[in-house]
Write a protein that binds this ligand. Structure first.
Ligand code: SAM
Length: 197
């Protein structure tokens, strides 16, 4: 089975566009077969963004980790006027996210990075709908990287489904951060928040 995060060669016919809205924003995306949630905003991503707007104020410099088409970064930059970096291990996703930034008149950059391998910056916040299908080892490694790449007082905000390992992720985050709060529950999606103290 081919997972969504594996790059593959694409033909011109694999590319298409769609429009969707979130946080009251009308957004348009260029997309492609094999990209995560290729023709609509994912329900988990939507739950994450709705929880952030309800409970949080973001400021400073953030990272959209595993940006895919760029939905999270684009929506947060437009909503909060923050500066963000976006990253993904899938080169097609990185290229599409950069196109989508321009399409939606947002000033940011998406870069290729396997986890934090290519990322040197430190962030005030890291937001992610993280890859789950890659397994716990990679997921937990991404969490270690997030802790390392947050500034003191910085926050990590994630979405995960209860039945996709929420409890074990929450336990691991509590172990490494010393805290992990459930910011919101939304139809099986849990929004978790940790602060680097
Ligand atoms: C659940 S999708 C979320 C995509 C996008 N943020 C959204 O909300 O629609 C997870 C993303 O993580 C990316 N990913 C998987 N493994 C990764 C890794 N090791 N480093 C960075 N990104 C990774 C995938 O390519 C995918 O785009």
């Amino acid at each position: 089975m081919q997972h969504y995060f594996i790059d593959k060669q694409h033909k011109a016919a694999d590319y298409f566009e769609f429009k969707d809205s979130v946080l009251g924003l009308e957004l348009c995306f260029r997309s492609c077969d094999s990209i995560f949630s290729k023709n609509k905003i994912d329900n988990g991503t939507r739950a994450l963004l709705n929880a952030i707007i309800k409970h949080e104020t973001l400021s400073g410099y953030g990272l959209d980790l595993g940006c895919g088409l760029g939905v999270i970064g684009i929506a947060l930059i437009k909503t909060f006027g923050v500066k963000m970096l976006m990253s993904d291990v899938n080169k097609t996703a990185v290229s599409l996210a950069n196109e989508n930034l321009i399409k939606n008149n947002v000033n940011s950059t998406a870069i290729y990075s396997d986890g934090f391998n290519e990322i040197k910056d430190k962030f005030d916040f890291i937001v992610s709908n993280p890859p789950i299908k890659t397994g716990k080892t990679l997921l937990f490694k991404l969490m270690d990287g997030a802790l390392k790449h947050l500034k003191q007082g910085g926050k990590l905000i994630l979405v995960i489904r209860k039945d996709h390992g929420m409890e074990s992720l929450k336990t691991y985050l509590t172990l490494i951060f010393g805290n992990c709060e459930i910011l919101e529950r939304d139809k099986g999606y849990y929004i978790l928040k940790c602060i680097k103290n």
